[in-house]
Design a protein around this ligand. Structure first.
Ligand SMILES: C[S@@+](CC[C@H](N)C(=O)[O-])C[C@H]1O[C@@H](n2cnc3c(N)ncnc32)[C@H](O)[C@@H]1O
Length: 211
């Protein structure tokens, strides 16, 4: 994993708003769209790209053996400070490397605008399937694809006059995510666009897949 990319996410970490609402999967805040129920009733969970650990801490408080992983040491540190006092656990690293390096399984793997968006799904989805317990769920949410712009998307993290650092995201229509989830071994997969509160505003792509 490029150090530059880690620096990008560290910098992002210092600029995030203090929105503490857990499991607002959409960008429209609490009360809009589905909530924590998408996870089912997990005894164990791992958040992929947990940021400051708001969701991990909420699950830990509810009695789940809750863990998170984030690439950014700054995010991981902030998440540890929030989660460890309530029994949650936070790892620092890249999700692909982490999932490849373990034989553990979890009841729920989830990403709230997190690492599922920023990892190649052809690599991540089969790994996620392998690391879920039977009946376990993968849940993810992020922005829908821009119409006509599918597959890997690249951006210059520091703008066009900064040091050249690339951030990649993956964007697909819901039916393509469903196909990829089925190809990765998931028995059931539903991916949809949760509409925005106002017509013609940006919705949220949400996926729920079960092993
Ligand atoms: C847009 S933020 C969302 C964070 C959090 N889920 C939230 O809602 O506040 C994306 C997070 O994913 C993390 N991330 C990006 N790529 C990752 C990877 N390959 N492995 C682990 N974490 C990653 C970033 O460090 C960042 O904290």
């Amino acid at each position: 994993m490029a150090t530059n990319l880690i620096e990008y996410w560290d910098r992002y970490a210092s600029g995030v708003d203090a929105d503490e609402e857990p499991f607002a999967w959409t960008q429209w805040g609490a009360g809009h769209g589905p909530g924590v129920e998408l996870l089912g009733d997990p005894a164990t969970s791992l958040e992929l790209g947990c940021g400051r650990g708001v969701e991990v801490a909420a699950l830990a408080r509810a009695g789940v053996a809750a863990e998170g992983i984030d690439l950014s040491p700054v995010q991981a540190e902030q998440a540890r400070a929030r989660c460890e006092p309530v029994g949650g656990q936070v790892h620092q690293g890249d999700v692909l490397e982490f999932l490849r390096g373990t034989d553990r399984t979890w009841d729920a793997l989830y990403s709230a605008w997190g690492a599922v968006w920023f990892s190649d799904p052809r690599e991540l989805l089969p790994l996620a399937h392998e690391r879920l317990s039977l009946g376990g769920r993968l849940v993810f949410a992020h922005a829908p694809a821009v119409t006509g712009a599918y597959g890997v998307q690249g951006m210059y993290a520091n703008g066009f006059r900064g040091r050249a650092v690339w951030v990649h995201r993956w964007a697909y229509e819901p039916h393509v995510w469903e196909e990829m989830l089925h190809d990765a071994g998931f028995a059931r997969a539903r991916v949809w666009i949760e509409p925005a509160p106002e017509a013609d505003h940006v919705g949220t792509l949400i996926g729920v897949a079960s092993r």
